[in-house]
Design a protein around this ligand. Structure first.
Ligand code: HPA
Length: 286
């Protein structure tokens, strides 16, 4: 098992661990990833970190190279990802500063593209072999230009969610163990009517990046856990103007505690990955 961490807004580097290596992946069949991958660790434990919006936050949500980012993790042999993201809260019971580990996703994006690796006959040519696993199912599906309909009934890693909830709560954060995340196109924030519509649809949180990230992870048979930090109450629920200053301030205030606790989370994870993610490509190719 090798762990990847994706840092969202306010989370661009790693502190408290030794920086062991920095990997610049310039070419993938899907372009160049958002930033260098940083290999960090302590006491023999290692993980791979990527700043989703670039190390200087110069990539907006709709321009993130989602496929290249996930492919880079695959090249670095990552099979389990914890992504940390800022969100607005729609559920009035949530508060700014809360950490929520969502269990469901609503895809409300419209023009994002990059929704799949598997484009049938339109799949690009490339070198798809996995450095650790050789010619695995992902290799086969891309090489054979398959059409793939991956099951995402439960889009997140059940083991990762459980461990994240336990460890972050014990670590002194207020953590809510489930919630439905609605992914909006961005980069603008939402109207009050949009938030009210999302609330009626059952959404608890709103953000801009979990789609397509979580679905692409599943397509590569990686197990993906989303850890969200409520940085603001969503439009129309908040009575004040929403600002990125507020988002960055709250997100940064939680990120260090979360990263400090990653080591403890990984120690508690079972070695065997759950089959809903690690065998996601079995039986779903045309
Ligand atoms: N809306 C969308 N994305 C967000 C928000 C929000 O209110 N806060 C942080 N990311």
């Amino acid at each position: 098992m090798r762990i990847g961490i994706i840092g969202g807004s306010g989370f661009y580097n790693i502190e408290g661990y030794d920086i062991l290596d920095r990997r610049h992946i310039r070419v993938t069949p899907w372009g160049e990833p958002s930033a260098d991958y940083i290999i960090a660790g302590r006491d023999g434990f290692e993980f791979v970190f990527l700043a989703r919006h670039g190390s200087k936050h110069d990539i907006p949500p709709h321009r993130i190279p989602y496929r290249a980012n996930m492919w880079g993790f695959r090249l670095l042999e990552v099979d389990r990802i914890f992504a940390v993201s800022a969100v607005g809260a729609i559920n009035p019971d949530f508060e700014v500063g809360d950490v929520v580990v969502p269990d469901q996703l609503l895809d409300m994006t419209r023009t994002r593209g990059q929704i799949t690796f598997y484009e049938g006959k339109f799949t690009p040519d490339g070198e798809f072999e996995h450095p650790g696993k050789g010619k695995d199912r992902v290799y086969y599906a891309l090489r054979e230009k398959k059409v793939v309909h991956v099951d995402v009934t439960y889009p997140f890693d059940p083991q990762g969610r459980k461990v994240a909830y336990e460890v972050l709560s014990e670590g002194g954060l207020k953590v809510i163990p489930k919630g439905t995340y609605a992914a909006m196109e961005g980069p603008r924030l939402e109207t009050a009517a949009e938030i009210e519509a999302l609330r009626r649809l059952g959404a608890d949180l709103v953000g801009m990046t979990a789609v397509p990230e979580a679905f692409l992870a599943r397509e590569l048979e990686m197990c993906y856990t989303l850890i969200t930090v409520v940085t603001n109450m969503a439009a129309g629920i908040s009575t004040t103007k929403l600002t990125t200053e507020e988002v960055l301030r709250v997100s940064s205030s939680r990120k260090q505690r979360i990263i400090d606790l990653i080591y403890e989370m990984v120690k508690r994870l079972p070695e065997d990955l759950p089959p809903e993610c690690s065998e996601a490509l079995k039986g779903v190719m045309m």
